[in-house]
Design a protein around this ligand. Structure first.
Ligand SMILES: *Cc1c(COP(=O)(O)O)cnc(C)c1O
Length: 336
């Protein structure tokens, strides 16, 4: 099969998604790259104010699934400051699906940042706190709760990384292909961040299906390499059943590199370098980044491009997450 046919098959398999904004632009970066390396940013942050770019793509197939299955209550699992919790809650309320939250923490959790915004939408009696000791069993705790409900429920795990989000997640790859057509250039290297890994894996799988030779540099914010490769293998199976074809494995080995951030290695950890870079990018490039995902990706991309002497067209994907900044006002106001 030629690649045009593969593109058509991919589009057909994604099917109809909710009419959320799913096209983001790319533009050049001024302070990354050099005469032999052109760097571009894909502005997924521009897809929404309240919902991060990556997440709205997943929801574009997840929400239609919830509606088609007449789900009346969604049980969300995640951290108190999660982008997924604050994002998905908005669409659930819009669609008259009751959000019930199982959050990592306790009633003393500070109402700042994303949790402050979540608490504007969800009353206390719909929030169940799960302590650190109980957290490994949170799935069972949520399942026990779901069993007792008379309404039609669905449990949605961390990051909304469920099979029903995969078609929506795949729209990122299609949109990058659109960007390439618009720019009249192909990207040689793509830099992308990873939480649960769903967005990065979906994009890698779609590119492999389209027989593209792009190199992927994935910065793992929350996981080890082994966990990411397990996710890639699981999603490959899901992708193949969606597309109705098998793909050769390992199709991406020499095209895929995984990294942990050198600055702020632990998920959610921050330091002065991170806040300095947020300020630097804001002043030189003119956009805002967040301390949990995007700024770490930009810091790491610069390091990789320099150390590995990367040449050609590079695309750094700004995944969004700007609301997180609200929770870091003290750190941001120092050294201004
Ligand atoms: C959720 C999220 C990610 C990670 O997406 P995964 O599919 O979980 O890997 C990256 N950036 C932002 C801003 C996010 O909200």
């Amino acid at each position: 099969m030629n690649t045009d046919q593969n593109l058509l098959t991919l589009k057909n398999c994604i099917g109809t998604t909710a009419s959320y904004p799913l096209h983001s632009r790319t533009h050049t970066l001024k302070t990354f790259g050099d005469s032999q390396t052109s760097c571009f940013v894909k502005r997924e942050d521009e897809l929404g104010f309240g919902i991060s770019g990556f997440k709205i793509r997943k929801y574009s197939s997840l929400i239609p699934h919830l509606l088609a299955n007449k789900i009346k209550e969604a049980i969300l699992i995640g951290g108190a400051y999660s982008n997924n919790i604050v994002g998905l809650t908005q669409l659930l309320i819009e669609n008259s699906i009751q959000p019930t939250l199982f959050l990592h923490g306790d009633t003393q959790t500070k109402k700042i940042g994303n949790f402050l915004l979540t608490s504007l939408m969800v009353p206390n009696d719909s929030i169940h706190w799960v302590s650190r000791d109980e957290w490994p069993n949170v799935q069972e705790i949520a399942a026990l709760y779901a069993k007792k409900r008379s309404k039609q429920t669905m449990i949605i795990p961390e990051g909304a990384s469920v099979a029903e989000s995969l078609p929506g997640a795949l729209t990122l790859a299609l949109d990058i292909v659109n960007n390439e057509v618009q720019l009249g250039k192909a990207f040689d290297h793509i830099f992308i961040d990873s939480g649960t890994g769903m967005m990065a894996c979906a994009t890698i799988l779609a590119f492999a299906w389209l027989k593209k030779t792009t190199n992927f540099h994935v910065v793992l914010m929350a996981e080890e390499e082994r966990e990411f490769l397990e996710t890639l293998s699981d999603l490959k199976t899901q992708f193949e059943s969606l597309i109705g074809a098998q793909m050769k494995w390992p199709f991406v080995k020499e095209k895929l590199k995984l990294y942990r951030p050198h600055v702020g290695r632990a998920f959610g950890s921050t330091n002065k370098t991170i806040f300095d870079e947020i300020r630097r990018i804001a002043r030189t490039e003119g956009f805002l980044t967040d301390p949990v995902y995007s700024v770490k990706l930009f810091l790491e991309s610069r390091r990789i491009i320099t150390n590995e002497k990367i040449k050609g067209n590079c695309l750094i994907i700004h995944s969004g997450g700007g609301l997180t900044l609200m929770g870091f006002q003290d750190q941001l106001s120092q050294g201004v």
